[in-house]
Design a binder for this molecule. Structure first.
Ligand code: 6GU
Length: 379
């Protein structure tokens, strides 16, 4: 990837481009980053690149001719041109990942009051902000983006694992880290981390990540696949209202459930007397476990420990918004049974607000897949 930064302060970037991980990536040719001095494209004797803003109170704006010449000097028509500005759209990991697919970027740093808007309209492809605060110029946001991009380039960050494990990669915050000494200022490292039990450690890290996200950034939950962050398994329960069940539809449901990491699909008849008929019909679908009643379904899902959290994907009844249901699921972390069809009752039950469509009803297979995607789909 090639990145050119157009700036009035190229020396501002020099230590960034020659130090640490980014410096090594530049040196090894993994990324090609250059800072170009906007003043080299100034007009007149004073290397002037800006002028008073029209209608302003004395602020300065970089002149369009200067920007145009500087951009032309980069010499490539298909580079994506970026302008860091507090009025841009917020830079997220998703946006960084999208920009990482580009071959070439040009980042134009404004100072003072920014760039002439006509140039922005004519030549800038994307305006981005790095957060809700105001900086004196675009250099730090330019370096922020370059840093985030470079760690996505294979080979830049030592262990590939640490890239995929980090905050936001799975859509949730990272777990806290510790190093030696194991006791510091009277504080011990959580015992599980020194236990050597890899499975327990992994579970602990996932749970702390989940709780950190719940308490600090619940807004991130909407785009995260939370399956890995639960301690126990997730089951799908289908309550069948009549003895006429379509085995191929049920097979489709089992397939969707499997794709999203659901441990097992359980089917129960609404009326106990239909159990034999149901079991016969589903004899050809061994992926689905048949039980005689909704109560048995609940018991089965919770068999290892306590009762499962019941999430009811209700067809019509009012219920909690799905993101709240997802939050409860992560918070509970225990076995979960997501049911479709006639709703079970009791403790530990969340009725989910029905999925809204703009016309008509979803077929059952689609309803199950759409519901599971809200909880266990990756962004
Ligand atoms: Cl991209 N530029 C400036 N000047 N200030 C900012 C920003 C960018 N993002 C947040 N604050």
């Amino acid at each position: 990837m090639k990145v050119t930064v157009l700036t009035a302060f190229p020396e501002f970037l020099s230590s960034f481009l020659s130090t640490s991980i980014v410096g090594r990536a530049v040196e090894r040719g993994l990324i090609d980053v250059k800072a170009v001095d906007l003043r080299d494209f100034s007009q007149g004797n004073y290397r002037q690149i800006d002028d008073y803003s029209f209608g302003g109170k004395g602020g300065m704006t970089i002149m369009p001719e200067v920007l145009d010449r500087a951009l032309a000097s980069v010499g490539s028509d298909d580079a994506k041109v970026l302008f860091p500005t507090p009025t841009g759209s917020v830079l997220t990991q998703d946006l960084v990942e999208a920009l990482a697919l580009e071959k070439e970027l040009v980042i134009i740093c404004g100072h003072y009051e920014g760039l002439d808007e006509r140039f922005v309209r004519e030549s800038v492809d994307l305006e981005y902000s790095i957060g809700d605060y105001v900086l004196t110029g675009g250099e730090i946001p330019a370096m922020t983006l370059i840093d985030a991009l470079s760690r996505l380039v294979p080979g830049v960050v030592g262990k590939e694992l640490s890239v995929t494990d980090d905050s936001f990669y799975n859509g949730l915050l990272d777990t806290p880290h510790y190093t030696r000494p194991s006791v510091w200022h009277g504080q011990e490292v959580p015992a599980v981390l020194t236990s050597g039990d890899d499975a327990r450690i992994e579970k602990y890290r996932k749970r702390t990540a989940a709780f950190l996200t719940l308490s600090r950034r619940p807004d991130l939950l909407s785009r995260a696949n939370v399956m890995d962050y639960l301690e126990d398994e997730v089951y799908v329960g289908i309550v069948v209202s009549s003895d006429t069940v379509d085995p191929s539809g049920m097979r489709g449901i089992a397939q969707s459930a499997g794709a999203y990491g659901v441990a097992r699909v359980i089917a129960a008849p609404e009326r106990r007397e239909d159990f034999d008929a149901l079991r016969n019909t589903l004899a050809s679908v061994p992926e689905i476990k048949c039980v005689p009643s909704v109560r048995r379904m609940t018991e089965w899902a919770g068999r290892k420990k306590h009762a499962p959290l019941l999430v009811i994907a209700a067809e019509t009844r009012p219920g909690v918004p799905w993101l709240e249901a997802k939050r409860r699921l992560v918070e509970t972390g225990g076995p979960t049974l997501i049911t479709f069809g006639a709703p079970p009752t009791g403790e530990n039950v969340i009725a989910m607000r029905p999925i809204q469509t703009t016309g008509g009803e979803l077929p059952h297979t689609a309803l199950v897949a759409a519901t599971l995607d809200r909880f266990f789909g990756s962004r």
